[in-house]
Design a protein around this ligand. Structure first.
Ligand code: ADP
Length: 737
């Protein structure tokens, strides 16, 4: 890990001088996704496509509308008919006019050949479970022949089911709609990792803890920590405050700004923590406009600076739904779908004013809200209507002279940085639910990133959905009061591609052995060739001949060199996990914290062990108030990070925060040496008598032997799902927005 920013740095909001060309390599294969140009779209077409136009495939596949209550559908007509077979080819960058290019003197990601990107490494998904597929097969007592179809348990797929079925058929894999007694290769869950309990092998399409990590408050906290360390690099997330705990700070800061400049009239958007699909969201201009919230759940919210000048198309505000695959946490592997969706408002946009604050069809792009507006346009075309493909929008921008490569590389940077912000805590969840050495599945997950483009083409992160909707049909009122589900070609075009290619990347029969050590260490060199072509390895070519090239493009570790320096929190997390001790635990007890301080030699005459205990109590107490529904006592990762920052600040006063943290990390890592084995970790568990100062705290600690935190969390997550059954609108699963 280095503190060096590298010579390729991505920054936002800078203007590139007119006429100056983007520093993107002239490679005609991997480019920004762009739509097939319609004859009328551009007088000077700069983008051409080859291959099968997916829109025709969607139309060929078109099914009859069905009534609302429907069992699994027979998709025979569409099987083996891939929804997309585009081969984008874009004219060289010099042909792209830079009329509106918002960047100046800015370096950018060098986007290289798609061919190389598609050469996935095919590892054992890392994810801490050291068990390889080969071992799993042996344990299961059967050998996988090359042609044995991959088995998929779809019993918990929920609203993804229709698209998933299509993909399984296209891949000629075997679906188990009711699950089966013997293990499956892949378990497709609709909500969370815990949809099926006690999976001991295979792969699950959800990571433990992802739902929790991506709730609005937790995401805001994770982004804020990164903003503290790297303010410039994380300026793509709007300034946010957590309610109710930061109400005073929010009010005071706004008052101060208004006192300084009375003309300033910033707008804020208030989002309930557990909300989705625009539920409960409203705009305010003054802290006193916050609605009093009742009920313990409703109290939690994020209030965020509202982006007043979004990019408009046809005078309408829109946002981007981008699909991202986290293929593995260790090593970190991230893929971005080249095709996504854009969701349009249904009322022409005006900058927020006291008069229009309540106009949801003007300010909120949620599909679930706008579909109820009389102006919503359902369209079979990908480039018109209220829901369009991302490529059609980018194409339209390109036709106007916008340098979409810059936009796309900024979007890639946003995705990688956001992932780096949430991965540390996910690792804590992961080791708690699937401890090293215990049988368990490995995980992957498709996330839905919601991104707004500002007028100056800067991508802003709105939120990340842990269970983006994979529905490929929408409800339509065919006669007054009569609703039917009808196919949605735009959804099918995008979502089937994302699921199918995720499955292809996760294909267990394509897997190679364990990752190379340098890969595990995150030391993948930028531009280094990934040796295995995941598309062709281990499969009978006949099986693949009808499939289009992958729509998922690897961005990490491909661009690791540009972003590795941001992964400081993962190093802090590695320390945290090392001292957690008890399997399944997610919180550090007071004695483990002392052990950490002692082992890393962080105490001295100026900072005694008594001060250490006070620090522990102080920070832990504050965080347990901030996370009131937490079931485990002790110091969580976020509290540990705060303690670490404090210790770093004490020790290296004269440095900037980031440098303080790097210095303390180096010091700790030098004291500890290489990570210990599971047994070493267990030997670090709290066995010493606790100091008097913290005895009261420890009285609350659950006995890890009798009731494991992981099982408590599972119970809690189960409670949550039961509770949500009665309130489906607030369920954060399968969020279409
Ligand atoms: P939900 O999960 O309820 O959809 P979001 O955070 O996605 O919540 O917000 C809903 C919508 O509000 C977004 O789709 C977007 O149109 C708008 N929005 C959210 N945050 C902002 C912001 N900071 N500035 C401008 N518009 C925003």
């Amino acid at each position: 890990m280095t503190d060096h920013y590298g010579n390729v740095k991505v920054q936002h909001g800078q203007m590139k001088p007119d006429g100056e060309e983007a520093e993107v390599e002239d490679d005609t294969e991997e480019q920004v996704p762009v739509s097939s140009p319609s004859a009328s779209a551009s007088p000077d077409p700069i983008i051409t496509t080859t291959g099968t136009d997916a829109s025709t495939s969607s139309n060929v596949c078109k099914r009859n509308g069905k009534s609302r209550v429907k069992p699994g559908r027979d998709d025979k007509n569409c099987s083996g008919n891939p929804s997309s077979n585009f081969h984008w080819s874009v004219v060289p960058p010099h042909a792209v006019k830079n009329v509106n290019s918002p960047r100046s003197g800015q370096q950018n990601l060098k986007i290289k050949g798609l061919g190389r990107i598609l050469q996935g490494k095919s590892e054992s998904n890392g994810n801490y479970a050291s068990k390889t597929i080969q071992e799993t097969r042996c344990e299961d007592g059967f050998r996988l022949s090359r042609r044995r179809p991959v088995t998929v348990d779809t019993s918990k797929a929920k609203t993804s089911l229709e698209a998933l079925k299509l993909c399984i058929k296209q891949l000629k894999w075997k679906e188990f709609p009711l699950g089966r007694r013997a293990p499956c290769d892949i378990y497709w869950h609709g909500v969370s990792f815990h949809d099926t309990e006690n999976i001991v092998s295979g792969q699950v399409n959800k990571f433990p803890g992802m739902v929790e990590m991506l709730r609005k408050i937790n995401l805001s906290r994770a982004m804020r920590t990164m903003q503290e360390l790297f303010p410039e690099e994380y300026n793509f997330y709007p300034r946010s405050w957590i309610l109710p705990e930061e109400y005073q700070q929010f009010s005071a800061q706004i008052r101060l700004v208004k006192e300084k400049d009375t003309t300033v009239n910033t707008t804020f958007i208030v989002k309930p923590d557990g909300g989705s699909q625009g539920d409960g969201i409203y705009l305010i201009r003054d802290p006193s406009d916050l609605k009093p919230m009742v009920g313990s759940q409703a109290k939690q919210a994020v209030v965020q600076e509202y982006i007043p000048k979004p990019l408009l198309i046809d005078k309408l505000k829109f946002d981007i739904r981008l699909y991202v695959l986290i293929k593995s946490l260790e090593p970190l592997e991230i893929y971005i779908a080249k095709e996504g969706l854009t969701r349009f408002c249904t009322e022409p946009y005006q900058e927020p004013s006291q008069k229009n604050l309540s106009h949801v069809f003007m300010h909120l792009t949620n599909y679930s809200l706008n579909v109820h507006s009389g102006n919503f346009v359902h369209s079979d075309s990908q480039s018109t209507g209220s829901k369009r493909t991302l490529s059609s929008v980018l194409y339209r921008l390109a036709a106007k002279g916008v340098d979409i490569k810059w936009v796309w590389s900024d979007i890639i940077a946003l995705v990688i940085k956001t992932s780096i912000a949430v991965v540390p805590e996910l690792k804590v969840y992961y080791q708690a639910d699937i401890p090293p050495g215990k049988p368990g599945p490995t995980c992957f997950q498709i996330l839905g990133f919601d991104i707004l483009l500002t007028k100056s083409l800067k991508p802003v992160l709105l939120e990340v959905n842990s269970s983006p909707s994979m529905r490929i049909e929408h409800e339509q009122e065919v006669a007054p009061g009569v609703f039917e589900y009808v196919p949605s070609p735009v959804d099918e075009e995008v979502k089937v591609g994302v699921i199918r290619d995720t499955l292809r990347l996760m294909d267990p029969l394509n897997k190679k052995s364990t990752p190379s050590p340098q890969l595990k260490a995150g030391g993948f060199e930028h531009g280094e060739e990934i040796p295995v072509d995941s598309e062709s390895q281990g499969r009978n070519p006949d099986e693949l001949e009808n499939l289009p090239s992958l729509c998922l493009k690897q961005v990490y570790p491909k661009y690791s060199k540009e972003f590795n320096h941001l992964r400081l929190l993962e190093r802090i997390t590695a320390l945290f996990i090392r001292f957690l001790g008890v399997k399944g635990n997610m919180r550090l007890g007071p004695t483990a914290f002392r052990t950490f301080i002692r082992t890393c030699k962080l105490s001295n005459s100026n900072f005694t062990m008594a001060s250490v205990d006070i620090l522990y109590i102080d920070i832990t107490r504050r965080w347990s108030c901030a996370i009131p529904d937490s079931r485990e006592a002790g110091m969580g990762l976020q509290a540990f990070v705060e303690a670490f920052f404090y210790l770093a600040g004490r020790r290296f006063k004269s440095l900037l925060l980031k440098e303080q943290v790097v210095s303390l990390l180096s010091l700790c890592e030098a004291q500890l040496g290489p990570p210990s084995s599971v047994e070493d970790r267990r030997s670090l568990s709290c066995s010493r008598a606790l100091p008097r100062a913290v005895r009261t705290q420890t009285l609350c600690l659950p006995d890890p032997q009798s009731s494991s935190p992981a099982s408590q969390r599972r119970a809690a997550s189960h409670d949550y799902r039961l509770h949500q059954k009665h309130k489906p609108r607030t369920l954060r699963a399968n969020v279409e927005n």
